[in-house]
Design a protein around this ligand. Structure first.
Ligand SMILES: *[C@@H]1O[C@H](CO)[C@@H](O)[C@H](O)[C@H]1NC(C)=O
Ligand SMILES: *[C@@H]1O[C@H](CO)[C@@H](O)[C@H](O)[C@H]1NC(C)=O
Ligand SMILES: [Ca+2]
Length: 354
């Protein structure tokens, strides 16, 4: 009996040490903002599946000036879709964490590698453009856009966690994301914004007078002015989104397409998890388990937001039957191309006027 309770005490102690001392996260109580709800239309269940089976979780999509479509997959391929409909495994990078990509005016592709930093991919191979900022290694580069002067604006989701522990960053609830700028003539990288709540998608406005940066954890997107009298100022572009915004892309009409993730723990129980430090510690110690602190795997939603910050239309898959964890929506030639971290294809949806 005595040995038995001894063992019990020792095991309880071991668990307590595991949970409270060796913890990978030091959680804040995350107060998720009030969310707006948008009626479901199941439109994302009507997509055509492009490249099914050959595209492993294509997170982001870009189209170059020739109309060639690019994506980066979990197995490290930059794969492109030619106008004649054929797919090409174009370049390979030793990485399973390729995220945002963009086509540059010089004809290269720039891709965010959540482990290596900002990479340029061209006919002559792969070069690292930025791996450090202010002496610190860049981890978790997430999305990138090029402006007309050759600058690359890119986001850092978290300065503490990497891509494979992205859910821990959300669980911890601390804002340590950044917006960085790479100057292509000086080749220097600087910090434009700090303390962002999981900085994610970045897009420039039509006139490039401002950029929009998504804060997944805050269910909102910020507008950061780049020109004229408001240069350097930041304001809220849209908040109280129905979930966490991921990638954002400018549409031809000057509006934006934003992919919105469902961030919920075991649906409905999220609230209690995020209100308790102890429970967060517990989940933080079991990364596999804490992956389910987000419901992104269960559904998909994209919204179209006008330049005045008003939602114009939205498409969703409320059950994840066809698409789930949709991370990006790119409009091109009257179609929407949808990337996802849970699908093995790109969804293609014909657009009609809203
Ligand atoms: C499609 O176009 C690409 C690029 O021009 C070319 O390399 C490829 O052979 C073409 N494929 C077919 C089936 O025509
Ligand atoms: C890039 O850096 C150079 C040298 O510091 C500076 O003169 C130039 O204005 C910068 N360009 C941009 C677009 O910020
Ligand atoms: Ca992203």
């Amino acid at each position: 009996m005595r040995t038995c309770s001894g063992i019990l005490i020792v095991s309880a102690l071991a668990i307590a040490i595991q949970v409270f001392v060796l913890l990978p996260i030091s959680p804040d109580l995350l107060h998720l903002p009030p969310t707006s709800s948008i009626p479901s239309n199941s439109k994302l269940q009507e997509v055509n599946k492009l490249g099914e089976g050959i595209l492993k979780k294509p997170e982001a999509i870009a189209v170059d000036e020739m109309g060639v479509l690019y994506t980066a997959t979990r197995d490290g391929w930059i794969i492109r879709l030619h106008r004649n409909g054929s797919w090409e495994n174009w370049r390979h990078i030793e990485s399973d964490s390729l995220l945002g990509i963009t086509a540059t005016t010089a004809g290269d592709l720039v891709v965010c590698d959540a482990e290596k930093g900002l990479l340029k991919v061209g006919e002559d191979g792969v070069t690292v453009l930025a791996s450090h900022v202010n002496g610190a290694k860049i981890s978790f580069a997430d999305d990138v856009i090029e402006s007309a002067d050759g600058s690359l604006f890119f986001s850092i989701a978290s300065t503490k966690f990497g891509f494979h522990n992205w859910h821990l960053a959300l669980l911890e609830g601390k804002s340590n994301g950044q917006l960085l700028k790479y100057n292509s003539s000086s080749k220097e990288t600087s910090i434009l914004l700090d303390n962002l709540g999981f900085a994610n998608g970045v897009a420039l406005s039509t006139d490039q007078d401002y950029l929009i940066i998504c804060e997944t954890m805050k269910f909102r997107c910020l507008k950061h002015w780049l020109k004229e009298e408001k240069k350097g100022q930041t304001e809220v572009f849209i908040d109280n989104l129905p979930g966490g915004p991921d990638n954002i892309n400018l549409a031809p009409d000057g509006s934006f397409w934003i992919a919105v993730l469902d961030i919920e723990l075991f649906p409905k129980t999220l609230e209690f998890v995020h209100r308790s430090r102890a429970i967060k510690h517990f989940f933080g110690c079991f990364p596999k388990l804490s992956k389910w602190t987000v419901g992104a795997y269960n559904k998909a939603m994209v919204i179209n937001v006008a330049s005045d910050g008003k939602i114009v239309r939205s498409f969703d898959d409320p059950t994840g039957k066809v698409m789930s964890f949709v991370t990006s929506a790119l409009e091109f030639e009257n179609h929407l191309y949808l990337g996802s971290l849970n699908c093995d294809f790109i969804g293609k949806l014909q657009l009609t006027t809203p």
